[in-house]
Structures are given as structure tokens and as C-alpha cells.
Design a protein around this ligand. Structure first.
Ligand code: OGA
Ligand code: MN
Length: 410
């Protein structure tokens, strides 16, 4: 279909205006300083200048070196290799409470963590964003993905496509569906994890979300790229941003031990006007989110405020491709600091920063370390090739929190 010269000029003018608006952060009405920086790093054209971000591997006056209270290898043999300094960290001078531990893991430890995140943690009983809409098999998608990659799973296999849940819904009685919809409408009211006195709202009914009526059937290879998160420990009810305090699976021992070791090591770490005083003997890793990011995925500005315990450090481990991580203040009104995080880097959000806005506006392409690539060979992970292929365009974040306040334990 051809368009008139006038229409064409008009379209070109609109495109020019859109581009000008994109390039001028000031033109966004009500744009907060946090949002402006988020947009800057999210932008494709023009591409952001990553050298503006704080790099824990380059000297920077916004990073102050500190010694950890213990070598991370004490109590958790998972860390470090000979010659690696596993007692070095930095605190940010711009926002109090944030501690960065530059990669203390050996390549083998990172490979092991990634394999856990892809093959083990997505298994039942843990759930992912896909579980709402698909009948994810109890063993997770990895074995199917493996079969598909090896060509041992024929396309005419009746189970080639992972079944959608809306197919079951369609078969359901209309009345039952109406009832469920009514229940969901009442649940659209924003709820808090607890009342203002920090008493948990245990009586709240939290209905499971309804499966989408429009999701397409996909094979495991396609679905795996759409897995955005898996939760561990206490179940999370995303609709109300609260935990099911009456439903918890055990946390994987490995993560409990890694995080306990990190929390022990940051006890007493201080900046110029703050100190992390959390008693690490009170720490328990009780809930975790594994975030899976493909290149264009982002996690927009938020505060993790669902935990009844807002004092315990939050431990966040980066794996795979690098990212830009923004850390700001108690609201979006201050300009955040941007950190360049690589595979293995650990961020610990301790008390003053535990209530701060943060986000991941950018995954940085082609930054997978060589030791995680599909072509790498290692004795510890002879079947690494598929993991490497998946990781080529992926960043994984392991985000672990303590949920319960200290005083509820015996
Ligand atoms: C989160 C989070 C940060 C990251 O899961 O709440 O802030 O580095 N993740 O992916
Ligand atoms: Mn967060």
C-alpha cells in the first residue's frame, strides 16, 4: 500500500519528534531523578556510556575499600581459589549500607551455582513464573531442554509442547470460574506483609493467580527463555507482594551456607557514618528469588519490603553476563549510583540500604566470562556445553532474604 507524500512527511516528523523526546530526559513529565538514570542505562539509541558506572575493579572515589570480618572461606569451603583475596570488599560512599564483594568464587563454584539455578532449583516443589500458566513437569524444564538440544525428543512426541493450564480452564464449569474471578477482584486491594506494628497478616486469603487465556503452547527450549524467576524457601504471593508465612520449602543447604558466610563476613563492616551491626548468629537464609535475565530484561526500581525482618542483610549474587545495578535512596527523588556488576560479584544490602530503591536497567551483552562459555572444558562440569549456551545471553541473580524477625525463634 502506498502512502501520500503528505502522510509520509507527517510520519517522518512524528519519528523525529519521538527520537528528540527519547534523547531529552528533561522532556518526560514527572520523571524522577531515579527514573532518569534508569532510562539512561536502558536506552538502546543512544547507547549508554558504561564507563560512567562505578566499577569495583577500578579505583573510584565512590568506593571505599574495607576488610571483611572473616575470610569468606572460613566456614564455607565453596569460596575462593589459592591466591584469591576473599577478605576484600568495598562500601559505597554515596549510599550508606551497600557492600560490594568483588567475585570471591572460583570458576568451578560459579559453574556449580549456575547448574543449581538451571537444573536443580526449578524442580518441584519450587515454583517459577511459568507455573501459573504451564504444567511444568516436576523435574523442571532442563531435562526436556537437554533432550531437545540433543535431538532425542521428536517433534511428534505428544509431550513435545508443554501443556498450558488454560486448556484445563476451558473445560471448567462457568460458575466455578465466575466465583474465582470474584475472589480475585477482592484481592486486587494492595496489602502489606504485616500491620504497622510488624505483626504478620496471617489470616489473609491469598488466591493463586489465574492462568492466562492467551499463552501459547511452547517447547522447553522456548519456555526456558521465558522463565523469569524461581522462588525458594517461603512462598511469595506476587499479586499482594507478601509471603505465604504458612508455606515454606527448605532453602538449599548450599545457599544457606554461602549466605551465612557472607553475612558473618560483613558483620561490623562500616562506612564513614554507618556500621552493619546485624548479629550474624541470628541470620537465617529463609527466602530466595532466582532472577533469570535475558539481554533485554530489566528489573525496574523497587524496594524489597515484604520481609518481616527488614534489619537482616540481603545477599545478592550475580552470575553470567554483567549488568548495571542502580542503588538510590528511600524514594526516587535522589539520583542513584550505578554499579557495574560482573559474574561472581556479591552485593550485600545492609540496614540503611535495606529500604533503598534499586534496579537493574541493563544487562550488558557479550560479557560472559570465558570460563562460563559453551566452548570451555572443565573436569568439574563435563556437561557444561548446554549451560554455556543458555548463559551466552543470560544473567542470573540469586537474591536471598531473612523473612522472620529474630525474636520469633527459639
Ligand atoms: C531483586 C533484586 C537485583 C539483581 O530480586 O529484588 O533486586 O541484581 N535483584 O538482579
Ligand atoms: Mn530487590
Amino acid at each position: 500500500m502506498s502512502i501520500s507524500r503528505r502522510q509520509q512527511l507527517r510520519l517522518e516528523k512524528l519519528a523525529r519528534e519521538r527520537q528528540a523526546k527519547q534523547e531529552d530526559p528533561g522532556s518526560y513529565v514527572n520523571q524522577t531523578p531515579f527514573r532518569a538514570v534508569e532510562r539512561y542505562y536502558k536506552s538502546r539509541v543512544p547507547a549508554p556510556d558504561y564507563s560512567k558506572a562505578i566499577d569495583p575493579y577500578e579505583p573510584n572515589d565512590q568506593l571505599m575499600p574495607v576488610q571483611l570480618a572473616h575470610d569468606l572461606r572460613d566456614g564455607c569451603p565453596f569460596f575462593g581459589t589459592a591466591g584469591q583475596d576473599t577478605q576484600k570488599a568495598y562500601v559505597l560512599t554515596t549510599y550508606p549500607g551497600l557492600i560490594v564483594i568483588p567475585n570471591p568464587f572460583s570458576p568451578a563454584a560459579q559453574r556449580h551455582l549456575i547448574q543449581q539455578c538451571l537444573r536443580e532449583y526449578p524442580k518441584a516443589p519450587n515454583v517459577s513464573n511459568l507455573h501459573t500458566h504451564y504444567h511444568v513437569p516436576p523435574a523442571g524444564l532442563w531435562p526436556l531442554f537437554q533432550d531437545e538440544a540433543n535431538g532425542t525428543r521428536p517433534v511428534d512426541d505428544p509431550a513435545y509442547f508443554v501443556a498450558t493450564k488454560h486448556a484445563d480452564e476451558d473445560a471448567r464449569d462457568n460458575v466455578e470460574r465466575k466465583e474465582q474471578q470474584n475472589q480475585q477482584r477482592t484481592l486486587a486491594i494492595p496489602l502489606k506483609a504485616c500491620d504497622d506494628a510488624f505483626n504478620p497478616g496471617l489470616t489473609m486469603v491469598k488466591a493463586d493467580p489465574a492462568p492466562s487465556a492467551t499463552v501459547a503452547a511452547m517447547n522447553a527450549t522456548q519456555l526456558l527463555r521465558r522463565c523469569r524467576w524461581v522462588t525458594l524457601g517461603y512462598h511469595y504471593h506476587w499479586q499482594t507482594k507478601t509471603y505465604h508465612l504458612d508455606r515454606a520449602f527448605p532453602m538449599p543447604d548450599l545457599l544457606s551456607s554461602v549466605c551465612a558466610s557472607v553475612v558473618r563476613s560483613v558483620q561490623g563492616v562500616a562506612g564513614s557514618n554507618w556500621r552493619n551491626t546485624y548479629d550474624s548468629s541470628q541470620y537465617r537464609a529463609e527466602a530466595g528469588v532466582i532472577n533469570y535475565y535475558q539481554y533485554r530484561d530489566t528489573l525496574m526500581g523497587h524496594v524489597d519490603r515484604s520481609e518481616l525482618n527488614m534489619d537482616a542483610p540481603l545477599v545478592s549474587i550475580s552470575l553470567g553476563n554483567a549488568c548495571i545495578f542502580l542503588i538510590g535512596g528511600a524514594d526516587r527523588e535522589t539520583e542513584p549510583s550505578a554499579l557495574y556488576l560482573r559474574s561472581g560479584d556479591i552485593v550485600v544490602m545492609t540496614k540503611p540500604c535495606r529500604r533503598s530503591f534499586h534496579s537493574v536497567p541493563r544487562i550488558i551483552e557479550d560479557t560472559l566470562p570465558e570460563y562460563l562459555s559453551a566452548s570451555g572444558t572443565s573436569d568439574d562440569a563435563p556437561d557444561w556445553r548446554l549451560f554455556g549456551e543458555y548463559m551466552a545471553t543470560t544473567r542470573i541473580n540469586i537474591n536471598v532474604r531473612q523473612v522472620q524477625p529474630v525474636h520469633t525463634r527459639d
